[in-house]
Write a protein of this length. Structure first.
Length: 245
């Protein structure tokens, strides 16, 4: 009997709080919809003709950012596993097998190691030179598109500030035309000026976050690439690969 009462009590609490949570969730959805409508309203109030340039900067910046993030995630490889597989082949002097491991592994680290192994017969200096040269090429590929993201980060607030200046000019034109310094005369133009600045700064902040994440990702890949390159040279020297025919 006690268990039945307890189950009924728990069931009642679940219904009560579940209904409350559902109500809160519905309120959150409504608030989110209202928030979107508010942003849309401010976008239009800021002058959609000019604000479209700020929106275009956001869309293009996000497109470049997402492309870089996807590319860098694909380029990220398990370097510890890669070096372990290369080590297994180099122990027996199987350079071709080590090259196949690098060739079948995606990412810039494997490509750099492959170039280093391809020049083993030319001596340690040739290996180091190949690693440095091809490493620079891979760095250029990793950083591809960053200049455009940086451009849109700088461009968005500049467009916002330009909208601010245009809005203030409109405010002074209204004052000149009416001959009155009433707040109702200049309020609309000043509102446009402030809204363009806000949207420009918001776009710049969003893209800056993506930019910093991408740069940190590139730094991480570069560090692993350098560590693996030094590790390869050490493995080749420790197994005396350079002195083999």
């Amino acid at each position: 009997m006690r268990k039945l009462v307890a189950l009924i009590f728990v069931f009642g609490l679940t219904i009560y709080f579940g209904h409350d949570l559902l109500a809160q969730g519905a309120d959150a959805v409504v608030e989110e919809a209202k928030g979107f409508q508010l942003v849309k309203k401010y976008f239009i109030d800021g002058g959609w003709q000019f604000m479209s340039f700020v929106l275009a900067a956001l869309i293009l910046g996000l497109a470049f950012s997402i492309e870089r993030i996807i590319t860098l995630n694909i380029a990220t490889a398990n370097t510890d596993k890669l070096m372990s597989n290369v080590d297994d082949h180099l122990k027996s002097g199987d350079i071709s097998g080590a090259m196949e491991v690098c060739k079948s592994t995606p990412g810039p680290t494997a490509s750099v190691l492959y170039e280093g192994l391809r020049n083993v017969k030319n001596g340690p200096d040739a290996v180091e030179k190949a690693i440095i040269s091809y490493g620079s090429v891979q760095m250029g590929l990793l950083e591809k598109g960053l200049i455009w993201i940086a451009l849109f980060i700088a461009l968005a607030p500049m467009l916002g500030f330009m909208g601010t200046v245009i809005g203030m000019i409109g405010a002074f034109d209204s004052i000149e035309a009416s001959g009155d310094l009433s707040p109702t005369v200049v309020a609309k133009d000043i509102k446009v000026a402030l809204l363009t600045t806000v949207f420009g700064l918001v776009v710049a902040i969003i893209l800056q976050i993506f930019y910093n994440y991408i740069v940190s990702k590139i730094d991480s890949i570069t560090q692993k690439m350098e560590e693996s390159s030094f590790g390869l040279v050490d493995l080749l020297a420790s197994y005396n690969i350079f002195n083999r025919d």
